[in-house]
Write a protein that binds this ligand. Structure first.
Ligand code: KIV
Ligand code: ZN
Length: 515
């Protein structure tokens, strides 16, 4: 049977210590509700003596949480412990988390205490806490840099005083996984009464080792992991809950452990914490980043479409993300494009897919990402059923505030004849339309011209829609391109081809009538 690892979430306490992450009581309650849905074992709701807001948050979270243990942080000071006990009164499972520094650095520079004084202070805080609650966690701040003998001594004494959980934090994110793991192993092997307490790991990410260190702790006997959603926390943050949990789940063959986390709630929780704290998740963040299940290289896309497991070790649904994303870029292959077109409901024949793919590559060369809206515009452009009398080959314009807008166009007719002509106009589009008119001699009036960007951003496709009139008949033209002038020229050609189609049919009808 796999060993059970308890997940202690400190998003509302250590996480909230991230610069700019402070949340009001209502927001903390929302997160606490979600943490229960996520299935964490312990919710550290705040540091009650630090502010009236923190006190209220711990009090309210204690009131609403039904299954998880609710924990309040204190310094190893009687007053802190009493205030925390008061805030936790309504909790079904209250825990007081008290403690003090153990490294010589913290003793000398921060606490200005001897080792003996600090030990005495810690033992006494645990005894006070035990008067109020049965569950007392003791943190040995800066354990990562502490003298091993002193560390073990303090642990033994606080357990004797009644501590039920021993937290061995790498407060400064100083250790390497092998070192931190060895430290946990040493505590488990050397402290005689350690079997009376749960060993907890609490790691910071200053050297990017928080998750690796926590896992090393688990491998070496820890049974509780302290972490935050999205890894938020002091400085470089804490162990990220989603990463540590998914590592243990995905590699259960390696760790042989299990947690009570409902992993399908991970993504929702991450989104909620990001939006309430205003701390954005980096796109390449493991598990919950926007690109964590997105594939952009053509080779990867082809593999994932054949079988997801070729490039994905986690099913996105297992963390609450509905599906992997195929990002359409210049590196995407025809297979990925066709797949997306079918998902969008376009059932194209091979020939049409080829034409769309050719256009797609041109657009993708100019834009980093090709979105669904771009594809819709391309498909509309390339699969139009209008008979093409003239095809646009090239358009070139010269314009600006000191020049006369001039355009040169090159068109090809249905028999393969190529025509080039130029003209000037009041603006670049007028010049283009005049140049086209010199080749395609089909009288008409432009009665409407509108331009719209298809997606957001400066590199978006521009969609130009125009209406031209000849007699009583109106013809609409529509085309999209990253270049507004090209889109304008193409939309005019689209409308003109419709007009000429009609003219040809009308003259055929006339001929038949005359025969
Ligand atoms: O990092 C740390 O040492 C802490 C303690 C207060 C538990 O957050
Ligand atoms: Zn911490």
């Amino acid at each position: 049977m796999a060993r059970r690892i308890y997940i202690f979430d400190t998003t509302l306490r250590d996480g909230e210590q991230s610069p700019g992450a402070s949340m009001n009581v209502q927001e903390k309650l929302e997160i606490a509700h979600q943490l229960e849905r996520l299935g964490v074992d312990v919710i550290e709701a705040g540091f009650p003596i630090s502010s009236p807001g923190d006190f209220q948050a711990v009090q309210e979270v204690s009131r609403i949480v039904k299954n998880a243990t609710v924990c309040g942080l204190t310094r190893a000071v009687s007053k802190d412990v009493e205030v925390a006990a008061e805030a936790l009164k309504g909790a079904v499972r209250p825990r007081i988390h008290t403690g003090l520094g153990v490294s010589d650095n913290h003793l000398q520079y921060k606490l200005r205490m001897t080792r003996e004084q600090a030990l005495e202070r810690g033992v006494s805080a645990v005894k006070v806490a035990r008067k109020y609650v049965d569950d007392v966690e003791y943190f040995l701040e800066d354990s990562g840099r502490a003298d091993p003998d002193y560390l073990c001594k303090v642990i033994e004494e606080v357990i004797k005083a009644g501590a039920t959980v021993i937290n061995i934090p790498d407060t400064t994110g100083y250790t390497m996984p092998e070192e931190y793991g060895a430290r946990i192993r040493m505590v488990v092997n050397r402290v005689p009464n350690i079997d009376k307490a749960t060993v907890s790991v609490h790691c910071h990410n200053d050297l990017g080792m928080a998750v690796a260190n926590s896992l090393a702790g688990v491998m070496n006997g820890a049974t509780q992991v302290e972490c935050t959603i999205n890894g938020i926390g002091e400085r470089a943050g804490n162990t990220s809950l989603e990463e540590v949990v998914m590592a243990m789940k995905t590699r259960s063959d390696f760790f042989d452990v299990q947690t009570g986390i409902v992993t399908q709630e991970i993504y929702n929780t991450s989104r909620m914490v990001s939006s309430l704290t205003g701390i954005l998740v980096q796109p390449n963040k493991a598990i919950v980043g926007a690109n964590a299940f997105a594939h952009s290289s053509g080779i990867h896309q082809d593999g994932v479409l054949k079988d997801r497991t070729t490039y994905e070790i986690i099913d996105p649904k297992d963390v609450g993300i509905p599906e992997s994303k195929i990002l359409l870029t210049a590196r995407s292959g025809r297979h990925a494009l066709h797949h997306r077109l079918m998902e969008l409901g376009f059932l194209l024949n091979e020939n049409q897919v080829d034409k769309v793919y050719e256009r797609f590559l041109q657009v993708a060369d100019q834009k980093k990402m090709v979105y669904d809206e771009d594809l819709e515009a391309i498909v509309a452009d390339e699969t139009s059923a209008v008979h093409v009398s003239y095809q646009m080959m090239h358009v070139q314009v010269s314009c600006g505030d000191h020049s006369i807008p001039t355009a040169t166009v090159q068109l090809k007719d249905q028999d393969g004849n190529v025509y080039i002509d130029s003209d000037h106009g009041t603006g670049p589009v007028d010049a283009i339309y005049r140049a086209i008119n010199r080749i395609v001699k089909a009288e008409n009036d432009l009665i409407e011209f509108s331009i719209q960007n298809v997606t957001a951003g400066i590199d978006a496709l521009a969609e130009v829609t125009i209406r031209i009139k000849q007699g009583n008949d109106i013809y609409t033209g529509r085309a999209a391109d990253t270049d507004v002038c090209v889109a304008s020229a193409k939309s005019y050609m689209h409308a003109l081809n419709k007009l000429m189609d009609r003219m040809v049919h009308a003259s055929q009808k006339e001929t038949l009538e005359h025969v």
